[in-house]
Ligand binder design. Structure first.
Ligand SMILES: Nc1nc2c(ncn2[C@@H]2O[C@H](COP(=O)(O)OP(=O)(O)OP(=O)(O)O)[C@@H](O)[C@H]2O)c(=O)[nH]1
Length: 373
């Protein structure tokens, strides 16, 4: 089989973002990599591989192109490698390559050495609703080849379509796939090859969360960002803070307290609400302007004493925080352990420039950030 490379037609695929700046959405047109290697080919690459119909294209479309999960039912089978450039974000700067299910490593036109050499992460998608024996064989073949070419690749296994499985069945499936995949690696003396497993579905936020973790491993400044967010929340009475890539709703970093799915979902929903409201009411009469800009800021009080706080950080990043109403309302006294609204603002003003700065360079002096007193 001859492998071809094709450019993703992206121009109008980012539905919600019609009003975003033109360069806000993801995906520039890419030249055929065989004909003319572009500078962007040196960007970290994330490969989506797996058997036919396992859900690779659906994942890419739902996470990066705002396709609704139901629409993926009509996706046609991929028969070429699609390169999707996610570099229009100042922070998330990588390409996603969606492979057809039937890639043949023995095909001389498939230069897998070149492909794996420039790869940051390889995501192997397994359909958990199907018999996965064949997929496990393919997983082993793929990761062992890739590892021999480039042992630095992060190997990520998405146990996908788990929306159709009961909770017990999910855990059992994950345990079984984990066990068998690692047994196969041990038999091939590849114990050093580490596989990370995620339970995913496009019908809930699990796919965004899994992708967030994959992307975070490719961000060298992650420890600095986490450190900054830790300092930020400890100085402002905030319970949880996420730094989000607004278009994809991937979180780039969070403080080191555990992430619970519900908090993450709340923050994702807040981004959707803010962008939707902004698209409807925030643009000029002639439709010009941007749904997300320097002025973007929102506070949503929920009926369970939780407050959500969103603030623009850069053109592509937003800080989204969760805090208790009492922390938010309390009138500030320097000695109180929790801090009021103006103090959050003050903390934000102190920390945002540093967070912005650390998106381009590592910041060893994070501790010097002003404390909110
Ligand atoms: N239930 C469920 N179905 C899914 C999920 N993700 C994808 N699908 C469905 O799986 C089918 C195949 O999805 P594709 O994205 O085309 O699969 P693919 O791996 O790209 O397939 P090829 O292009 O043939 O390699 C579609 O009908 C999707 O709607 C999921 O999380 N849950």
């Amino acid at each position: 089989m001859s492998i071809q490379y094709e450019v993703e037609p992206l121009a109008d695929s980012y539905g919600v973002a019609d009003s975003f700046p033109k360069d806000f959405g993801y995906g520039e047109e890419e030249a055929d990599i065989e004909d003319s290697p572009t500078p962007s080919d040196s960007k970290p690459r994330i490969l989506l591989m797996g058997l036919r119909r396992s859900g690779k294209s659906s994942i890419q479309k739902v996470v990066f192109h705002k396709m609704s999960p139901n629409e993926t039912l009509f996706l046609e089978s991929t028969n070429k490698i699609y390169k999707d450039d996610i570099s229009s974000s100042s922070f998330v700067n990588f390409q996603i390559w969606d492979f057809p299910g039937q890639v043949d490593f023995f095909d001389p036109t498939f230069d897998y050495e070149m492909i794996f050499r420039g790869t940051g992460a390889l995501i192997f998608v397994i359909d958990a609703q199907d018999d996965y024996v064949e997929a496990l064989g393919r997983l082993h073949l793929t990761v062992s080849r890739a590892y021999r070419v480039n042992p630095e690749i992060n190997f990520e296994v998405f146990i996908h379509k788990v929306d159709g499985l009961s909770d017990d069945h999910k855990i059992e499936t994950q345990r079984d796939i984990h066990q068998r995949a690692n047994d196969d690696l041990a038999d091939a003396s590849l114990e050093k090859l580490h596989l990370s497993f995620y339970l995913t579905s496009i019908y809930d936020h699990s796919i965004f969360e899994a992708f967030s973790k994959v992307v975070q491993k490719l961000i060298p400044q992650l420890p600095t960002l986490e450190n900054l967010l830790n300092i930020f929340i400890s100085n402002s009475g905030i319970e949880k803070a996420f730094l989000f890539d607004v278009v994809s709703k991937i979180y780039i970093a969070t403080d080191s307290s555990p992430v619970d799915m519900q908090s993450y979902e709340l923050c994702c929903d807040m981004i959707d609400v803010v962008i939707d409201v902004s698209c409807i009411y925030g643009l000029k009469e002639d439709g010009s302007g941007s749904a997300y800009d320097k002025e973007s800021m929102a506070i949503i009080k929920l009926n369970n004493t939780t407050v959500l706080y969103l603030k623009e950080v850069t053109k592509f990043l937003a800080l989204v925080c969760i805090l208790r109403e009492e922390s938010f309302e309390r009138k500030g006294k320097p000695s109180t352990p929790a801090f009021p609204h103006y103090c959050i603002k003050q903390s934000l003003n102190s920390f945002l420039p540093i967070i912005v700065q650390s998106s381009v360079t590592s910041l060893p002096q994070a501790q010097n950030a002003d404390r909110c007193q």
